[in-house]
Write a protein that binds this ligand. Structure first.
Ligand code: HEM
Length: 642
């Protein structure tokens, strides 16, 4: 999924910059360093969160009360003076007072958002449950609204003219080339402007569609089995049956799908190519930084005084990269971080992200040239999103992908094709990696008996309690070629329920466009208010929400979103989930390993055998499980050499 995440939001206030994930090496601080943070009167006081960390995490509402007290606003006076300003001219003193009151309101709003970020990072589900226990949505005086109730979440996601995806677009717009691409400056997920959105969505859902799973199923299945086989062989050499789910399958199966389905080939070994004149014209200028004017620098001084080199966002002739799998993953992750996680507009994240998507875009332009030449020479080309769009451009599309009414040719120009593929694939790798890991983690929790299983009354219709051994049997049935369609369908139900219980993300972000709009009886909402729409919480509005129930009606599942922005990968992603599940469940006696080392569970999960994310709790890093050699491991992944 595309994840807009606020969990990193607090870093700049709470903790010294943690550059665990940084790809740039810090140099020594300058002797004249000592830059203090810019003097921002709306910067909130969040010291309570830091000084009373455990207490703050105990209750969302109590913490909100503390934070509101540390970031006060004279609401009565603000109301009074605002009404007066509408009726008559304010005196200079009153105008200054109004300005100061507005600043304090902005500060409190940011403080509230800071509390959301704090809980989303460390305790998302207890926060959402606490709000759900009390009301349908939390609406502070100032700052973003948090919507948690199932019906209200669906309502917000349906009213796309009032609650738009605009906040997603602010960085994405910089990756587009309207001056050269026919005037397009958006990707589907970055706009709710009907003129801009609808035609692109029609185009993209034609070339990425519900008939595709069947076409890629075998490829994904084979790839999962090969990758697990490789991991089993490596673990034989080490003498213990262990597999890191992240590096073995979750990270790179999506890269294979990007190669063979989206059309972004991964080479065995990384190499380089020369940009042509057009590529340099499109991407040879530096991109502007946070103020929209000054170009992003190539050297940057962090707040601790360290100097880091940043990649140049302007590409020159020698900058073409032919990527291997790791490079593709790195491009997507850096682009994703810049588009969706960088609320604090960190310069390093921006520079790395821009460089990454520009390298990807020129590589895609090169690939378009290769496929075009092949088509002109009457050669067979792979059936990918890229070649489907290219054939539309060339007027030789397969009937299945021909649109009626015809699509405006400017929407399938070279630049537009690569921009749309880039936007799509950004959602296909890092989010998919985490979703795969969460699903498997949830299956292990099921095996460990973690989900509610007693006191469950009558379940309705086709519903029944899920069971690890049953899921494993479905996987083995597929491998034995028995009723494969039926068994895969059952496994999909396991995958969806696993992700309901351990969702890949908590929040979808919207912004209120219509002054005075309301949600489920809320007070009128100011235009520009951010709406945190907790689709993960909405999935808890179901019977026996803490139980692993198979056969729930599909309407309970919002993993892939809801409404017009529902995931473009909603058909392909389940193939990745199910085929990964089959390959992992085929390992004999899959379980968590014995704990080792001194890993801790809190504030960040660092225990061996658990899914561990990075220090912002955003990207999967490692997740080691154990299995036995012999049995089904040998049966499906080969025996040890004698
Ligand atoms: C093949 C993999 C995937 C691809 C290509 C993909 C691509 C996309 C794209 C292009 C959109 C924007 C659609 C629009 O605005 O009309 C989107 C939305 C979304 N995707 Fe995915 N995605 C993938 C995997 C996933 C996964 C694994 C999840 C979570 C389990 C997910 C969850 C979502 C959600 C929740 C949205 C809606 C965002 C919103 O409404 O704010 N996607 N996806």
């Amino acid at each position: 999924m595309l994840r807009f995440d606020f969990r990193a939001w607090l870093e700049s206030w709470l903790l010294p910059a943690d550059n665990e994930d940084s790809e740039t090496e810090a140099k020594q601080p300058r002797s004249d360093s000592g830059t203090s943070p810019p003097d921002d009167p709306t910067a909130p006081d969040l010291s309570y969160l830091k000084l009373h960390f455990a207490e703050a995490l105990a209750s969302f509402y109590a913490t909100i009360a503390q934070i509101v007290a540390s970031n006060p606003v004279d609401v009565a006076r603000l109301g009074e003076i605002t009404i007066k300003a509408k009726a008559e001219a304010l005196s200079p003193a009153e105008m200054t007072e109004l300005q100061l009151l507005k600043i304090s309101a902005a500060r409190q709003g940011r403080a509230i958002a800071g509390v959301y970020g704090f809980f989303l990072k460390y305790k998302p589900y207890p926060m959402l449950a606490e709000i759900r226990g009390k009301e349908k949505l939390f609406q502070p005086q100032f700052g973003p609204i948090m919507v948690v109730d199932g019906g209200s979440v669906r309502d917000v996601l349906s009213r796309h003219d009032e609650f738009t995806v605009d906040p997603y677009g602010r960085e994405m717009v910089k990756s587009m080339t309207p001056a050269q691409n026919g005037g397009f400056d958006t990707f589907i997920l970055s706009t709710d402007d009907a003129d801009k959105f609808q035609e692109d969505k029609r185009l993209l859902t034609a070339v990425v569609n519900k008939d595709d799973p069947e076409k890629i199923n075998d490829l994904v299945h084979t790839n999962c089995m090969q990758r697990v086989k490789r991991a089993v062989e490596e673990s034989r050499l080490n003498g213990h049956g262990q597999i890191d789910i992240v590096t073995a399958v979750a990270r790179y199966v999506p890269v294979t799908v990007s190669h063979h389905y989206f059309g972004i080939p991964a080479a065995k070994e990384k190499s380089s190519f020369e940009l042509n004149k057009d590529m340099v014209r499109y991407y040879g200028e530096k991109v502007a930084g946070p103020n929209g004017k000054t170009p992003l620098p190539t050297e940057f001084q962090r707040s601790d005084g360290c100097i880091v080199d940043l990649p140049n966002t302007a590409l020159s002739i020698g900058d073409g990269v032919i990527p291997d799998e790791a490079q593709i993953y790195q491009w997507i992750k850096a682009s994703f971080q810049n588009f969706f996680n960088n609320v604090q507009k960190d310069i390093e994240v921006q520079a790395r992200g821009v460089r990454a998507y520009r390298e990807l875009l020129v590589y895609l332009l090169r690939e378009l040239g290769i496929q075009r030449a092949a088509l002109k020479a009457d050669e067979t080309v792979p059936d990918t999103m890229l070649t489907r769009l290219l054939k539309l451009q060339m007027g030789i599309a397969d009937p299945a992908f021909t649109l009626c009414p015809k699509i405006d040719p400017s929407r399938v120009s070279d630049l537009r094709i690569v921009e749309n593929i880039m936007g799509t694939v950004v959602g296909a790798i890092a989010g998919q990696e985490e979703a795969t890991c969460r699903m498997i983690d949830s299956m292990i929790r099921l095996k460990e008996g973690e989900y509610a299983h007693s006191g469950i009354g009558a379940l309705s219709g086709d519903e029944r309690l899920g069971c690890f051994d049953e899921a494993r049997q479905f996987a083995l049935n597929v491998l034995e070629n028995q009723d494969v369609t039926k068994n895969r369908k059952q496994l999909l139900q396991y995958a969806l329920e696993a992700l309901r219980l351990q969702p890949q993300s908590e929040i979808l972000l919207r912004e209120c466009r219509k002054e005075g709009a309301t949600i489920s009886g809320s007070r009128p909402i100011r235009a520009d208010t951010l709406i945190f729409t907790a689709h993960s919480s909405a999935m808890q509005d179901t019977n026996y929400a803490d139980a692993f129930v198979i056969g729930r009606d599909e309407k309970h599942y919002l993993q892939f979103g809801y409404g017009r922005h529902k995931c473009l990968g909603q058909y392909v992603s389940p193939v990745i989930l199910v085929e990964t599940l089959i390959s992992i469940l085929a390992l004999d006696n899959l379980r968590r390993p014995e704990p080792c080392g001194d890993g801790s569970q809190f504030p960040l999960e660092r225990r061996f055998g658990r899914l561990q994310l990075d220090d912002n709790n955003l990207y999967a890093k490692t997740f080691t499980l154990e299995f036995d050699f012999g049995g089904t491991t040998d049966q499906y992944f080969g025996q040890a050499p004698v």
